[in-house]
Ligand binder design. Sequence first.
Ligand SMILES: NC(=O)c1ccc[n+]([C@@H]2O[C@H](COP(=O)([O-])OP(=O)(O)OC[C@H]3O[C@@H](n4cnc5c(N)ncnc54)[C@H](O)[C@@H]3O)[C@@H](O)[C@H]2O)c1
Length: 338
Amino acid sequence: MVRLGVIGIGYWGPNLVRNFNELSNCKIIKCCDLDTKKLENIRQKYPDMIITKDYLDIIKDKNLDAVIIATNTKSHYKIVKDVLSEDKHVFVEKPLTTNSKECLELIDLAKKKNKVLMVGYVFEYNSAIKKLKEYIENGELGKINYIDMIRTGHGPIRQDVNVMWDLAPHDIYILLKLIDSKPDSVIARGKAFLKNGVEDVVYINLTFPNNKIANIHVSWLNPAKKREITIVGDKKMAIFNDISQDRKIELYDKGAAYSEISSSEFDKFQLLLRDGDITIPKINLEEPLKTEAKEFISCILENRTPLSDGIKAYYVTKILEAAEESLKKNGGVIKIVY
Ligand SMILES: NC(=O)c1ccc[n+]([C@@H]2O[C@H](COP(=O)([O-])OP(=O)(O)OC[C@H]3O[C@@H](n4cnc5c(N)ncnc54)[C@H](O)[C@@H]3O)[C@@H](O)[C@H]2O)c1
């Protein structure tokens, strides 16, 4: 039985509490937040859990094995470091930190302490994303030409980071999983409408080796909640819609190619558009957060590295750091060196 403490029970933390609480091989003993109202909500739902406003009550508790952190992004580095220093395993929400050097420092500390460091990149555990990966690996889509991603909605609006650091970590993580190579350059442009210096809408364009590109549009100032990925391969195309309940993925047997039709220079090529069937595959609907929670606990019990480990989180942060540099240069091309 893994004994857990949770730090940060704002918007997202209660989802983690619910999922970890449903597992039989761990127990949440203590929950911490600076906000008394949020603590009272937890006490009402889970009367057995001890509540506290001081996270030292959690990290200094020798009876706890591991800590789950769902505090504001800018606080992750210090809290993760404090938890690891007290010899406890850590699960921290994405992004690990907004500074790649800090990521490396935390990865190193976890290694020295022989503790699990897992980052809440929940799409690692999403069955629809696994299906897309399968389509790419088994050649169903052919050679991937480009990927288009949209993650928009009306809030929640953050105070500590811009929309890119809030939403795009998910998309970058998914891209790294799907494409199996890392982007070598990035361009990002965005605008801050609500608060000076904190962008509310950002467009990120990434170039990958082998002639692939990807585009990410993130905004928390948009009337429509959209979570979409379009993958265009040279054989087939796929659309992932995370909002849909029954059509998470649509696989389109569509394509276009020029073929040579005569040897004369005039009218030498003919454009052929293929417009075939649309397939909707069946997707396992286990809540990805539940799979994620299981992974953390089994990594502790089996002393193994999680799928969404510190190194993958470091790559995401490194790419976003470069995107941030481009943003500040109003769309300058930034090479990414890992
Ligand atoms: N995986 C996902 O899909 C997903 C979704 C939403 C948010 N998140 C991530 O979760 C984290 C939290 O996001 P949120 O939306 O819940 O934010 P939030 O602002 O709603 O909640 C954060 C909570 O942390 C508490 N907190 C901050 N510093 C603290 C400290 N020192 N000690 C104790 N409590 C402290 C705050 O009081 C607040 O209640 C962010 O890193 C965010 O990126 C992940």
